[in-house]
Design a protein around this ligand. Structure first.
Ligand SMILES: *[C@@H]1O[C@H](CO)[C@@H](O)[C@H](O)[C@H]1NC(C)=O
Ligand SMILES: *[C@@H]1O[C@H](CO)[C@@H](O)[C@H](O)[C@H]1NC(C)=O
Ligand SMILES: *[C@@H]1O[C@H](CO)[C@@H](O)[C@H](O)[C@H]1NC(C)=O
Length: 376
């Protein structure tokens, strides 16, 4: 999920963290990393998870979007103009062979020049075989500023999503709970794409695309998602892998339509919870088994994140800048990954690997381990 736009750590399973980090073959360097990461994780758990509801990390300067009165009454309003355009946008954006689109979500802060949106798009341009995916991106915009920047950059690929009951009309900042409402609005909207027969790959915008992920996905699977932190090695293990809602590929069929309906409805059972949390609560529900939904996880080697201790630059396809607090930290570190990628891929320096995202690491309280002094 777009997790508070900056922080994506939900439902950490500490036991899993420990198991992964305490592999006996871990070398000393990795061991240090492991200890640091464990501390980091615990800290994150305490700091982030428990304050998640307070987070909406939007700047105070967010310009008010004037919600039309009639829209407040209309739960699922999409801008009327967009509604007319929606089918046209999807038709144009979808891949020729199948009805597949790449969906992402943007707010004003991310839309600013040189911020997340630009870094995201730049990765498509410099990735290996990713520029061909650019025409398939459709941006769901959460406010007018984001919408207008989107139209400047990707005309005919922008949808303005308004959320009923989220009051942008005053001087108020986003209210606690508004953020959660917007995230649910997105789930509802994506569910409606399935009803229109479109498969979608939803990606958070704080990602960089270095290789085409589609060849890494398995055909005819209903729901494939990146892992939240860890991949336990079993692609179909719903019990022990957790979904990271920030990257998922969903095939349009009657099972996924039912999943989205059930998922959306389940928000009422878990008031105030984000969509990702709720999906993780319900992922093993009887109902999901009953509809025969085929759910599969994507290896963190292919779709990784800043939450991992390291990455394989020769394999990684998409990287998610989560485990990070603060928009500017995130953008700086995503840029650094693009720099390293450029040196590796464009300049052909095959020795190059990714440096650590230190701005993000520090933002979540991580300190580099002291240098191990050698004796003699
Ligand atoms: C964009 O950001 C980069 C890196 O932070 C900086 O070097 C560059 O000057 C910025 N460009 C603009 C137009 O702000
Ligand atoms: C880039 O993509 C091409 C074509 O798929 C592949 O042959 C090549 O190995 C890739 N390069 C890297 C560095 O991944
Ligand atoms: C993978 O997980 C599935 C679902 O939990 C289970 O049925 C299957 O036996 C597991 N496979 C392996 C090789 O452990």
């Amino acid at each position: 999920m777009m997790a508070s736009f900056n922080v994506t750590i939900n439902s950490l399973n500490l036991q899993q963290v420990k198991e992964m980090l305490w592999q006996p073959q871990a070398k000393w360097r990795e061991f240090k990393w492991a200890v640091s990461l464990l501390l980091l994780t615990v800290l994150l758990y305490v700091v982030v998870y428990h304050s998640a509801s307070l987070v909406p990390n939007f700047p105070a300067s967010v310009a008010p979007v004037v919600a039309e009165k009639q829209e407040i009454n209309n739960i699922d309003s999409i801008e009327s103009e967009d509604m007319i355009n929606l089918e046209g946008i999807l038709k144009e954006a979808s891949m020729k062979d199948k009805k597949t689109v790449i969906m992402t979500l943007m707010n004003q802060a991310w839309a600013e020049p040189n911020s997340t949106f630009d870094v995201f798009l730049e990765s498509f341009r410099i990735g290996n075989g990713t520029s061909k995916l650019l025409p398939h991106i459709v941006v769901m915009c959460l406010d007018d500023k984001a919408y207008s920047r989107c139209l400047d950059v990707l005309p005919r690929r922008c949808i303005l999503l308004r959320t009923a009951g989220v009051d942008f009309s005053g001087e108020n900042r986003y209210m606690v709970g508004d953020y959660v409402k917007m995230m649910w609005r997105r789930i509802k909207f994506l569910g409606s794409l399935l009803k229109l027969g479109y498969n979608f790959l939803f990606t958070d915008m704080d990602t960089i695309w270095l290789r085409d992920p589609f060849p890494r996905l398995v055909a005819d699977v209903d729901f494939q998602a990146a892992c939240n932190l860890f991949f336990n090695g079993n692609f179909s293990d719903r019990q022990h892998n957790e979904v990271n809602g920030g990257f998922k590929f969903v095939t349009a069929n009657h099972r996924t339509i039912k999943l989205y309906k059930y998922w959306y409805k389940s928000r009422l059972r878990f008031p105030g919870k984000h969509d990702q949390d709720v999906l993780n609560y319900i992922r093993s529900d009887q109902y999901i088994n009953k509809i025969g939904l085929d759910m599969r996880f994507i290896d963190t080697v292919d779709v990784g994140s800043f939450c991992q201790p390291n990455w394989d630059i020769t394999k990684v396809s998409v990287l998610h800048g989560n485990c990070c607090i603060g928009q500017s930290n995130k953008v700086k570190d995503l840029r650094q990954f693009l720099e390293d990628w450029t040196i590796f891929f464009c300049n052909g320096n095959r020795e190059r690997s990714f440096r650590q995202p230190m701005n993000c690491r520090r933002s979540v309280g991580w300190r580099p381990p002291r240098k191990h002094k050698r004796r003699g």
